[in-house]
Design a protein around this ligand. Structure first.
Ligand SMILES: [Zn+2]
Length: 358
């Protein structure tokens, strides 16, 4: 759980959530949009101003009567940290209350790093960011970690991180929380990446897949506006769907998986072939789930963003029979290397904003 002690109940969270959507608003507008009474909103706004979360921000004339005071979110009033591992590298970002990444730091991880080494390196980077940005305890909401699955998001236990040695049933959330003395939340890297995009694009994104292509291929899903984690919070292992019967043996033990077929094509310098494999996989996802957005990210995509985006668009156009009302928007996330870590920070922020009162 993120540190929620700053908000006094659900209604405060609703008002703050409206304020984060952008433009300064009057108390009357906040009341209309929240469905709360103007008296209740007035009280909540006073409280949030006293806590430094909102601030008066000029006045607006509304015809007859006194001009109304506007309030806006103080983005810097609270921050969250987000961590991510990519192969041999640990990245930690600091995000403000609007979700903007304001600072970041990266360190190389030793080969076959275990949980203790990971947590120590994490603690060092957290200290660096907190010191550099002069973040006091009261301003820090918590730390999110986007990690390699399979893992259980609910109890923060990494079960068998694919490709990492010594990561079997590791209580990462509790280990990190104890070492850092902060509240920590753990989720699959593909889910935090999806959260980052969902946060950035708001209501526009409701039926989407986020495809990360790095060492492996993973998918985060947003269904009806909610991150879809599945029964054991491990949804999205789409890289290990068979795409070639009798195909090459994959690290997961099966053969012909999307991931191994894609990676072998890349290793053979067949970029077009690799992109086509992903395009076929994406076409399957789009049809299965009736998606209207597909977002691409990860190191490999970033090394050739246009080739991946254009190539996948082309395959989807060929493979998915559709008319103009079945448009699928395929794009590359602009968050770049920060994608997974930024989403991990936003996971903490989301818990802060969606707090449920007693
Ligand atoms: Zn596989």
């Amino acid at each position: 759980m993120a540190n929620l002690r700053f908000l006094r109940g659900y209604n405060d969270a609703v008002v703050l959530g409206l304020a984060r959507r952008g433009e300064p608003m009057t108390r009357v507008e906040l009341a209309e949009r929240s469905g709360l009474t103007p008296q209740a909103v007035s009280k909540i706004v006073s409280r949030l101003i006293a806590d430094g979360l909102l601030v008066d921000s000029g006045r607006r004339n509304v015809g007859v009567g006194k001009p109304r005071t506007l309030v806006r979110l103080v983005s810097s009033s609270r921050v969250a940290l987000g961590a991510a591992v990519e192969r041999d590298e640990l990245r930690v970002v600091l995000a403000d209350l609007s979700g903007a990444v304001v600072d970041r730091t990266v360190v190389a991880l030793p080969r076959d790093f275990g949980p203790e080494v990971f947590v120590e390196e994490l603690a060092k980077l957290v200290d660096v960011l907190l010191a550099r940005n002069e973040v006091s305890d009261e301003r820090l909401l918590g730390v999110g970690i986007g990690f390699v699955g399979p893992l259980d998001h609910r109890d923060g236990v990494v079960h068998d991180a694919t490709g990492l040695v010594g990561w079997h049933d590791v209580p990462l959330r509790d280990l990190a929380a104890e070492r850092l003395g902060l509240s920590v939340v753990v989720d699959k890297d593909t889910n935090t990446a999806m959260i980052a995009e969902a946060w950035r694009r708001g209501d526009e994104l409701r039926h989407a897949a986020l495809v990360i292509v790095g060492t492996g291929v993973g998918v985060g899903l947003l269904l009806d506006g909610q991150v879809h984690r599945g029964a054991r919070t491990n949804a999205g292992e789409y890289g290990h769907t068979t795409i070639q019967l009798g195909g090459p043996r994959c690290a997961c033990g099966r053969s012909g998986c999307v991931e191994i077929v894609h990676n072998l094509a890349l290793a053979a310098d067949d970029l077009k072939g690799a992109v086509t494999v992903l395009g076929m996989a994406v076409a399957g996802l789009v049809q299965l789930l009736d998606l209207d957005h597909v977002v691409l990210g990860g190191r490999v995509v970033q090394s050739a963003p246009d080739v991946y985006a254009d190539g996948i668009r082309e395959v989807v156009r060929e493979q998915v029979p559709r008319s103009d009302w079945l448009e699928v928007d395929i794009s590359v996330s602009p968050l770049g290397d920060d994608l997974v870590a930024a989403g991990a920070a936003m996971l903490v922020l989301s818990e802060f904003y969606s707090q449920r009162g007693p």
